[in-house]
Design a protein around this ligand. Structure first.
Ligand code: PRX
Length: 633
C-alpha cells in the first residue's frame, strides 16, 4: 500500500521500493486516496524520455484549488491558511482562514473573468510578498488561467521578456513594495515594461504603499473596488490532468530565460506528498518558508504544498535584516513556527551577526529546519544546527530545481538523518544516477559524476513554453533516456548524495540561478565594451559572486565610472541580483583556436587558483593569461 504519511525508516524503504518497482500502482493508489478528482485517469503514467513526452494521470479531471481550499472547508473552515507577516514589524500580521481564502480567491477569480480571462490564458503576476500574490495565483488556477509569476526584483526589461515570451493578456501588480527601509516603485517598472508588451490589455493594481502612481486609462484599474463588487462564488473550472497550471522562468546557460511549464495533477500530487513528509508536517504545526513566491520554492512550498495539506503557511513580506537581524527569530517566536525553511545564503548572513539576535527570542517551537537553493557549507550547517535547531531539530538540506517542481533529494526526519553538506537520499519515487564522462551510468555506489534522473516523477516540468526542442536539448540530449540536472554530485557507499554544484554556465548567487550569457549581453551593450566573460567565485555569504572580465574597445581613464555604468546596465536588463562583485578590464580573453572563451581558466584565476591552469599553449592567445593573472582582483 502507498502510505501518504511516511514516519519511519522502514516505511520509507517500503514505499521507496514500491514506488520504484511498481510506480504506476504506487502513484495511482496514492493519488486516488488523498486528493479530490472529478474524473479518474485512464493511465497513471506514459512517458518516453527520447521524445521527450511525459504525462501523469492522463484522462483525469480536477481543479487544484478545490484540493487546496474547498475540501478543507467542511472540517477546517476557520483554521488559518495563511499568516501574513508584513515588512514593518510594528504593523499587525494578518490571519487568513481557509474560509476567507476561499472567498478571496473566488472574488479574485471573478475579477479575472470579468476582464475576459479564461482557461489557458496567461496571466503575469508581478507582486511583492503580500496576500494578493498567493490569492492571485490561486485565482488563476481556479479558472484554469496559466499563471506566470515574475519575481518583483526583476527589471522592466526582464519583466517584458517574460511577458512577451508567453503572451500574457493581463498583469497583476501593486503601486509599489516595501523592502526593509526602502520602497520600490513597482508600477513604474511595469509601465516601462509594458511599452513593449502589446499583448497585455489589462493591468490590475493592488494598493500597498499608497504612492501616487500613473494609471493608464483603459488599461489600468485598482484592484480593490473590483474585488469589492465581485461575487464570493466561483465554480472551479474543470482541468485535465495535463493542462498547464503555471509557467515559471529560470535562467539557462545561454539565451533567453526558459519558461518551464508545470501541469496540474502530477504537480499537485508530488508537491503535497513531499511537503507532508520532508517537513513531517502535523495538523497543528505552523510552517514558514522564507522564499519569495516569485521562485519555485514559493510556488511549491509556500502556496501549493502547504495548502494541499490543509496547513498554516507563513508569508513574510520583508527581509531578514529589518528592522534588525533578529527579525526571522522574532517571527518564529511570535507565530510559534514549527518548520522553518530558508536559503544557505541567509543562514551565512545571519551567522555573521551577534548571537544575541537569536538568543533574545524563544525559538523552542521549531521542530524541523530546512535549506534550499544551493549547497550549504559545513560551517553554516553547524551554526544552523546548533543555534537555530538547538542541536535537536533535524536539518533537511533539500535538493531540487525549478524544473523538478518538488524536492527530489533530502533528508527525511524520523526516517533517515541528515549529515552536513549532504542532501542524502532520494525521495520516494525518485531514481537518481551518476553518469561518467563517457555517458555511462556509474554502477559503483561510491562515485562522483553528473547527476541524472532515470525515471519520471509526477512534478517534472513537461516542456519549455513555446520551445519543446530547447527542453529536449537542455535536459534529454546529454544522456539518452535520462533527465540531466546540470549538477554534479558525489555518492557515498550508503547511497547518500552530496550535490557539488552546477556543471554548466549557470552560477548560483545568493541562491538565485543566473545564466552568464544574459549578463554578458547586458555588459556588451555598453558602447565602450568589446567583449566580456562572467565566471563565479567563492563568496563567504553569497556562496558564489560574479567576476567579470571585460575587454574595452579603447583606453578608458575613468574605470570607477565605467564600472558603475556597467552595473547599471545589468540592473536595467536583469535586476540588481545580477550585479558584478568584481570587474577586471583586460586586453583580451583567453580563447580556443575555434574562438571559444576558455572560462575554465578564468574561473580558476577568479578563485585565486592559477597555479595549475593546465596546458594553455594550445590557446589562440596564451599571452593574455599572464596579464590577466597579474592584474587579477
Ligand atoms: O544547482 C542546484 C541548486 O540550485 C539549482 C536549481 O535552482 P532553481 O531552479 O533556482 O531552484 C532552486 C530551488 C529549488 C540546482 O540545479 N540547488 C538547489 N538546492 C540545492 C542546490 N544545490 C545544492 N544543495 C541543495 N540543497
Amino acid at each position: 500500500m502507498a502510505n501518504y504519511s511516511i514516519t519511519n525508516n522502514e516505511l520509507y524503504h517500503e514505499n521507496y521500493k514500491q514506488a520504484s518497482n511498481n510506480p504506476k500502482q504506487f502513484w495511482g493508489e496514492l493519488a486516488k486516496e488523498n486528493f479530490l478528482w472529478k474524473k479518474p485517469w485512464d493511465s497513471v503514467l506514459d512517458f518516453d524520455f527520447s521524445i521527450p513526452k511525459i504525462s501523469w494521470f492522463d484522462g483525469a479531471q480536477l481543479n487544484i484549488t478545490e484540493n487546496c481550499i474547498d475540501r478543507h472547508l467542511k472540517t477546517n473552515a476557520n483554521k488559518t491558511a495563511i499568516i501574513f507577516e508584513p515588512n514593518d514589524s510594528n504593523s499587525s500580521s494578518e490571519q487568513i482562514s481557509y474560509k476567507d481564502l476561499h472567498e478571496r480567491v473566488n472574488k479574485f477569480a471573478n475579477v479575472l473573468k470579468s476582464r475576459g480571462i479564461k482557461k489557458g490564458d496567461r496571466v503575469c503576476i508581478y507582486l511583492p510578498m503580500i496576500p494578493e500574490l498567493a490569492v492571485s495565483v490561486l485565482a488563476c488556477a481556479r479558472i484554469g488561467a496559466i499563471h506566470s509569476v515574475v519575481f518583483a526584483g526583476f527589471s522592466s526589461i526582464a519583466l517584458a521578456t517574460r511577458i512577451n515570451d508567453c503572451d500574457c493578456r493581463l498583469l497583476i501588480t501593486s503601486d509599489g513594495s516595501y523592502r526593509g527601509k526602502k520602497t520600490i516603485d513597482l508600477k513604474g517598472i511595469v509601465d516601462e515594461a509594458l511599452e513593449s508588451c502589446p499583448s497585455v490589455k489589462n493591468v490590475l493594481v493592488a494598493k500597498r504603499i499608497h504612492s501616487d502612481i500613473n494609471m493608464k486609462e483603459g488599461r489600468d484599474q485598482w484592484l480593490q473596488p473590483l474585488l469589492d463588487d465581485a461575487s464570493i462564488q466561483c465554480t472551479p473550472v474543470v482541468m485535465d490532468a495535463e493542462d498547464p497550471l503555471f509557467i515559471l522562468y529560470t535562467s539557462g546557460s545561454t539565451g533567453q530565460p526558459k519558461g518551464m511549464v508545470h501541469t496540474t495533477a502530477g504537480y499537485m500530487v508530488y508537491t503535497a506528498y513531499t511537503f507532508k513528509n520532508v517537513f513531517q508536517y502535523k495538523t497543528d504545526d505552523i510552517y514558514w518558508c522564507t522564499a519569495d513566491i516569485g521562485w519555485i520554492t514559493g510556488h511549491s512550498y509556500i502556496v501549493y504544498g502547504p495548502l494541499l495539506n490543509g496547513a498554516t503557511t507563513v508569508m513574510f513580506e520583508g527581509v531578514p535584516s529589518y528592522p534588525d537581524y533578529g527579525r526571522f527569530w522574532e517571527i518564529v517566536e511570535k507565530h510559534k513556527v514549527s518548520q522553518f525553511y530558508t536559503a544557505p545564503t541567509a543562514i551565512r548572513a545571519l551567522a555573521k551577526q551577534d548571537l544575541s539576535f537569536v538568543t533574545s527570542y524563544d525559538i523552542s517551537s521549531l521542530k524541523v529546519i530546512g535549506t534550499v537553493g544551493e549547497p550549504i557549507n559545513e560551517e553554516a550547517w553547524q551554526w544552523y544546527h546548533k543555534h537555530i535547531g538547538q542541536n535537536r531539530c533535524p536539518i533537511v538540506d533539500t535538493w531540487w530545481q525549478t524544473e523538478t517542481g518538488g524536492i527530489l533529494i533530502s533528508p527525511m526526519p524520523n526516517c533517515y538523518e541528515g549529515k552536513p553538506t549532504y542532501a542524502t537520499l532520494p525521495f520516494v519515487g525518485v531514481q537518481p544516477v551518476l553518469m561518467d564522462e563517457n555517458g555511462h551510468e556509474i554502477l559503483e555506489s561510491k562515485a562522483e559524476g553528473r547527476l541524472c534522473i532515470k525515471y519520471p516523477w509526477p512534478s517534472i516540468a513537461r516542456t519549455i513554453w513555446g520551445n519543446h526542442k530547447r527542453y529536449e536539448d537542455t535536459y534529454f540530449s546529454a544522456y539518452k533516456n535520462y533527465y540531466f540536472t546540470g549538477d554534479g554530485a558525489l555518492r557515498e557507499e550508503n547511497g547518500h548524495y552530496r550535490i557539488t554544484g552546477r556543471v554548466d554556465d549557470v552560477i548560483i548567487v545568493s541562491g538565485h540561478n543566473l545564466g552568464t550569457a544574459p549578463i554578458e549581453d547586458a555588459i556588451n551593450e555598453h558602447d565602450q565594451v568589446a567583449e566580456s566573460a562572467i565566471v563565479g567565485f567563492a563568496h563567504p555569504i553569497k556562496g558564489n559572486a560574479l567576476y567579470g572580465y571585460i575587454t574595452l574597445k579603447n583606453e578608458y581613464s575613468n574605470q570607477t565610472e565605467l564600472q558603475s555604468e556597467i552595473n547599471q546596465l545589468i540592473t536595467t536588463h536583469i535586476g540588481p541580483i545580477a550585479k558584478l562583485d568584481k570587474m577586471q578590464f583586460t586586453n583580451g580573453l583567453p580563447k580556443t583556436r575555434s574562438g571559444k572563451i576558455m572560462r575554465r581558466i578564468l574561473r580558476k584565476i577568479a578563485n585565486k587558483d592559477s597555479s595549475n591552469l593546465g596546458d594553455i599553449s594550445t590557446l589562440l592567445n596564451p599571452e593574455v593569461v599572464e596579464d590577466i593573472i597579474k592584474n587579477s582582483l
